[in-house]
Design a binder for this molecule. Structure first.
Ligand SMILES: *Cc1c(COP(=O)(O)O)cnc(C)c1O
Length: 378
């Protein structure tokens, strides 16, 4: 571990904080480390198309996550779309969750599939497995569930249901990088798991994402789809361009040196929130079977008006938490048949993610908690 960490970064003091505090802030490695890779790119004279830096990054990912079939791609949304294609489920019904970022649903719609929303569990905010079976029809092809904020879905029960009804399982693990569940990477579950390496996520490659497949055949198919659907002059199927570049892979390799440190810093700040924030705000439990990544610090207010009040008062001090996720995706204006999901709609109306990033000062966590604790007393 220690030898991976450059001595140049002083995490507590990474950058002077601006006046404004947002929900997240992108981690940037020391610029000289990135420059060294840029020089390699110039020397190699190869900018994209599975170059040597990308191959190295994929190897690093494979080792870190303990998985075989991994593909680094342009972003998490395309990872979902290519995964849906590679598993041959385009056009069918996909059981999914309304409590996610819009990309989970839009990927389904973009692949001409029908999203069937199943409500969430009030404690984990992940899909309520007990409600899946009654939404299965003869047209159901897959379950697309989200490990919300990096907390695992009930992966064991989802697997049982998928086997019973012969469904594919896709996990949107955009928040799950670095999480271990029962000793293995959370991204190693399902027929495929995807992750996002967007600049706002815990671990990033500027823009980027990955797909991890169980099955070798589906994995090869994804590789083909992601590169226009042809091998040389053999055109095998219509594909798309989801290739990531050497520059993105280089950022990934730089950031890898700091992953453990990033998670550790976030843990410290999360524990400070736990300690300072009053119990009038509901916090998430971290299960014992989990090595958590502290990707987010969500809290639930009592109702929507309290949520708006908290936002208003924090905004006055130039602090910007985020209503994440809001709205509940079953209420998107372009979803034609409204499918009620009472818990997701309720949670969406009163959830806030509080600022959490490397470089966030402890005194600002105290300030946020002070402001919030005063509100809840009234
Ligand atoms: C960020 C995110 C995505 C999309 O990933 P991109 O890399 O931004 O395309 C998908 N699902 C969830 C849950 C996300 O948070």
């Amino acid at each position: 571990m220690a030898k991976l960490i450059s001595k140049k970064v002083d995490f507590g003091n990474m950058k002077k904080e601006n006046e404004e505090i947002y929900v997240t802030r992108t981690f940037l490695p020391p610029i000289e480390e990135y420059e060294a890779y840029i020089r390699d790119i110039w020397n190699n004279d190869k900018l994209t198309n599975q170059g040597p830096i990308l191959k190295k990054f994929e190897t690093r990912l494979r080792e870190y996550l303990g998985v075989e079939n991994i593909h680094f791609v342009t972003n998490g949304t395309l990872a979902l779309q290519v995964a849906i294609r590679a598993l041959d489920i385009e056009g069918g019904e996909i059981i999914t969750t309304p409590f996610s970022y819009v990309a989970t649903t839009s990927a389904i719609l973009w692949e001409r599939c029908q999203p069937i929303f199943v409500d969430i569990d009030a404690e984990t905010f992940c899909i309520d497995v007990g409600k899946i079976e009654k939404s299965i029809t003869k047209d159901t092809r897959a379950i697309l569930a989200v490990h919300v904020f990096g907390h695992p879905c009930d992966v064991e029960r989802i697997e049982v249901i998928a086997k019973k009804y012969n469904l594919k399982v896709i996990y949107d693990g955009a928040h799950a990088f670095g999480v271990k569940y029962k000793g293995k990477a959370l991204l190693d579950y399902g027929d495929v798991s995807i992750c996002s390496f967007h600049a706002t996520k815990l671990f990033h490659t500027i823009e980027g994402g990955c797909m991890i497949f169980k099955d070798d055949f589906a994995s090869e198919k994804a590789e083909l789809i992601k590169r226009f659907g042809h091998h040389g002059e053999d055109h095998l199927m219509p594909g798309i361009n989801a290739k990531a570049s050497e520059f993105q892979a280089a950022m990934g390799l730089c950031n890898f040196r700091y992953v453990e440190e990033i998670i550790e810093k976030r843990r410290g700040l999360s524990e400070l929130y736990d300690k300072l924030l009053s119990d009038n705000f509901k916090k998430m439990n971290i299960s014992d079977e989990l090595e958590y990544n502290y990707a987010y610090y969500p809290i639930l207010c009592k109702n929507e008006s309290e949520t708006l009040k908290v936002m208003e008062l924090l905004n006055k001090d130039s602090i910007f938490p985020r209503r994440y996720f809001y709205p509940s995706l079953n209420k998107l204006p372009y979803i034609e048949n409204y499918q009620a999901c009472q818990i997701a709609e309720d949670v969406s109306s009163r959830i806030l993610c509080l600022p959490l990033y490397v470089g966030l000062k402890k005194e600002n966590v105290s300030k946020i908690c002070d402001i919030m604790n005063k509100i809840s007393v009234k």
